[in-house]
Design a protein around this ligand. Sequence first.
Ligand SMILES: Nc1nc2c(ncn2[C@@H]2O[C@H](COP(=O)(O)OP(=O)(O)OP(=O)(O)O)[C@@H](O)[C@H]2O)c(=O)[nH]1
Ligand SMILES: [Mg+2]
Length: 354
Amino acid sequence: MGNKRSKKDRKKRKIETKKNLSIEKQLKFEQNQEDIELKMLLLGTGDSGKSTFVKQMKICYSGGFSTSEKNLYTCVIQINCLNYTKELLRSMNVLDLNLSKEKAEDKKIFFKLIQTSPRKISPKIADSIKSLWEDPSMKECFKHRNKFQLPASTGYFLDKIHQIADKNYKPNKTDILNCRIPTTGVKELSIEIQGYTWKLVDVGGQRSERRKWVHHFDDVDLLIFVIALDGYSQKLFENNNINRMHESLEVFDQITNNDYFKKKDLVILFNKIDIFQQKIAKVPIKNTFPEYKGQDNYEEGKEFFKQKFLNSIKKSNKRSISTYFTCGTETNTMKSVFENMRKTLIQKYINSIF
Ligand SMILES: Nc1nc2c(ncn2[C@@H]2O[C@H](COP(=O)(O)OP(=O)(O)OP(=O)(O)O)[C@@H](O)[C@H]2O)c(=O)[nH]1
Ligand SMILES: [Mg+2]
């Protein structure tokens, strides 16, 4: 009987101690919670989708875009549309595609008008762009955009050229997410969620920008490497002889096996799945990766690239690696990816202080 009671007491005492310990832990945690800043560094080659990820976080957690930011995007979208039209016309020459007689006249009008308005789309410029964009040869040229530096969003913007030219035009969320501004230097976004500050550090991914990366390597809590899956059939913007996916693999190898990062947690975003899905049936992976033995379908293709990247990581049991297949312009997807990363990092942080 006595033995039974002492067993019961011991059990009770054990529960009490556990309770006290967890209260202590909670207090310690709450004391530490002030000023917790966790740094996420986004790396990846140019045009992979790093800044788009940051834009999404701004939309989800930081009130979206200010009027002055929207005004900046309006200017950039207009300049981009002028450049896309010029690039399409230039590429048509390369492909030996000809405009109809009537459209050839619009081409002359377009080039004449942009002499006096090189950065802004007047209604007349919009008329000429619309007419050119309706030409079947120009559409045919757009189908071959992989051979040139024409982003997939070219069609999205040229389809709404009159809206963009309107003096009251304000870009909406989709316009901003699709608008391309190559990053130079570093851009940071700090967002506060439930007592934590998340510092997202976004750098430029083009070759000339990469030498600046090293300045941001300190105190990184999470490395996010972004890869554009559609890059397997594209050439670098900076050098038209180099395949984008080959470049991405090389940069990934250098970064993930670098002394700064070989023990850091890593998230890999295989981005632009929407474009990859459309492309895979038309452009065989074998063209640029002769070792590929799978079918040209989305599932096999994406796994091939995932393994290729994962295989280049030198093993380290200190690091956790997560992978996601993403469409950077889809807000809900990117929010849930971020939420997963956020929860994992918080858990790791809590474990590290107890
Ligand atoms: N269709 C599609 N477009 C995307 C996706 N992710 C990003 N983009 C577009 O790709 C272009 C490049 O994205 P950015 O976020 O500017 O690329 P980045 O990695 O920051 O490029 P740098 O600043 O040059 O290093 C933009 O026009 C985006 O709208 C995606 O998943 N699908
Ligand atoms: Mg960028």
